[in-house]
Design a protein around this ligand. Structure first.
Ligand SMILES: Cc1cc2nc3c(=O)[nH]c(=O)nc-3n(C[C@H](O)[C@H](O)[C@H](O)COP(=O)(O)OP(=O)(O)OC[C@H]3O[C@@H](n4cnc5c(N)ncnc54)[C@H](O)[C@@H]3O)c2cc1C
Length: 413
């Protein structure tokens, strides 16, 4: 059977990876050339530790607090836009402890599924994307944030994750070569990290070798319908007949869904990163700087710093002050780290596809029998990519899915 995948980000490529193993004939239609975009410049964490959805208690208050601060890590640009208002309403409705408790096990299932799959995938596609399985530090400056992280560590243990609670001396012991300005940290030992750009290139090359067709520089503009099916994808390069379609267009999921009269709540959440090509005395551990709401990832002598969640629509505008905020946080946590303020013209930005409840959309559309959605992974697309790909292949095979996917329903709002 022929499968047409729309969008060549991590979700599209992971879906192709598992579908080709089942013998499907696959074409990936992608507007760009799969060399940049959200799946490339991110922090490269595969984080089972992130089972708490973004929509959680306190997040709205934090957003409002930072509204006027141009260097803040979380920002929603107020606009008179119906889709944003509806999304905001559902985001607010989901930001409570009871919903988080309900959603966390679903996120945990998907995260642990992916984490379990990545090692086999690495062996299969080629071990050259600098994956390291040393865990990830959640570093805290204030005692109050550290206590909150310790509480999250308790929750993590209930999900079977391995954690280490570290005081100031113990965390410094781990990061021996670099002076730290922290109260302590939690080490989430199941987390791993890799270079996401290299991983994307490795996976793409593997898929080319396996005979997958890449229809690049091609923009999807519409669909040809036939009863309850999509008969063809219409693009600026012509029409492609299809049997099954996977829609994995990241932050553009709602635009594509609208073309077939399906409403999906999703907003792009812009984040920034900058990669220092060579740092003589680099950090060893990837870390989330909790009080600074930003992250740092080392790959040998390379270092990426990144963060922010800016809900301001689809755009590539770079607000340099936000990157300055990230840089200053990094310097605050690692006072002797030898880094300069990133040059404005080299700052990378990407759009995370953010659903209002922090859960992805994975499953068949109610309207069209041959359409499957896979997207809305927000800040966890890398962490949840392999699991999502496997689930997509099981959905198309009409097999019982590895985990319960009812919470990821496309029709839930
Ligand atoms: C700063 C930052 C740090 C992050 N760090 C992490 C991390 O450490 N770990 C983690 O798990 N996640 C992280 N993320 C999130 C992760 O990057 C995303 O969740 C993930 O990349 C989304 O993948 P995707 O395939 O859904 O979308 P994308 O990668 O955006 O891919 C969608 C593709 O669809 C294509 N497309 C769109 N419209 C059309 C059209 N009409 N026709 C043809 N093609 C189209 C686009 O060109 C794009 O290539 C981070 C994100 C940011 C911004």
């Amino acid at each position: 059977m022929k499968v047409t995948i729309l969008g060549g980000g991590i979700i599209g490529l992971c879906s192709a990876y598992y579908l080709q193993k089942e013998g499907y004939q696959i074409t990936i239609i992608e507007r760009g050339d799969i060399s940049n975009g959200c799946s490339f410049g991110n922090m490269g964490y595969m984080s089972p530790s992130h089972f708490t959805p973004l929509a959680s208690p306190g997040i709205i208050a934090e957003g409002l607090k930072h509204m006027m601060n141009s260097s803040s890590p979380f920002y929603i640009k107020p606009r008179l836009n119906w889709d944003l208002m509806k999304w905001g309403y559902h985001f607010w409705k989901n930001s409570n402890a009871a919903t988080v408790k309900k959603h966390a096990p679903h996120l945990n299932n998907l995260l642990q599924l992916s984490r379990g799959l990545i090692n086999d995938m690495r062996t299969d596609i080629g071990d050259n994307f600098e994956m390291q399985e040393i865990g990830c530090l959640m570093m805290c400056k204030q005692q109050k944030t550290l206590e909150h992280e310790f509480h999250l560590a308790d929750e993590a243990e209930k999900f079977g994750l391995q954690v280490e609670r570290l005081n100031k001396v113990q965390v410094q012991e781990l990061e021996k070569e670099m002076e730290l300005n922290v109260a302590g940290a939690v080490l989430f030992k199941d987390d791993c990290h890799f270079n996401p750009g290299k991983m994307m290139r490795t996976l793409k090359n593997y898929l080319i070798e396996k005979g997958i067709t890449f229809q690049l520089e091609t923009t999807v503009t519409g669909f040809e319908k036939s009863n309850n099916n999509i008969a063809a994808v219409i693009t600026d390069k012509g029409k492609f007949d299809c049997e099954e379609i996977i829609i994995s267009t990241g932050s553009w999921l709602p635009d594509i869904a609208k073309m077939i009269k399906i409403k999906l709540l999703l907003q792009p959440g812009k984040g920034y990163s900058y990669t220092y090509p060579y740092i003589e005395k680099n950090i060893k551990y990837p870390a989330i700087l909790i009080d600074g709401r930003c992250a740092v990832t080392p790959w040998g002598h390379q270092l990426r710093i990144g963060g922010t969640m800016e809900i301001s629509g689809i755009n590539n505008n770079i607000l340099v002050n936000r990157m300055k905020g990230i840089y200053e946080s990094a310097k605050d946590f690692y006072p002797v780290l030898n880094i300069d303020l990133p040059p404005a013209d080299k700052i990378w930005s990407g759009l995370r596809p953010v659903s209002p409840d922090g859960l992805p959309y994975i499953g068949k559309s109610a309207l069209f029998k041959n359409v499957t959605f896979a997207g809305g992974h927000a800040m966890l697309g890398i962490s949840e990519g392999p699991g999502t790909g496997l689930l997509v292949s099981q959905i198309l095979d009409n097999k019982k899915t590895e985990i319960d996917i009812s919470a990821f329903s496309v029709n839930r709002f």
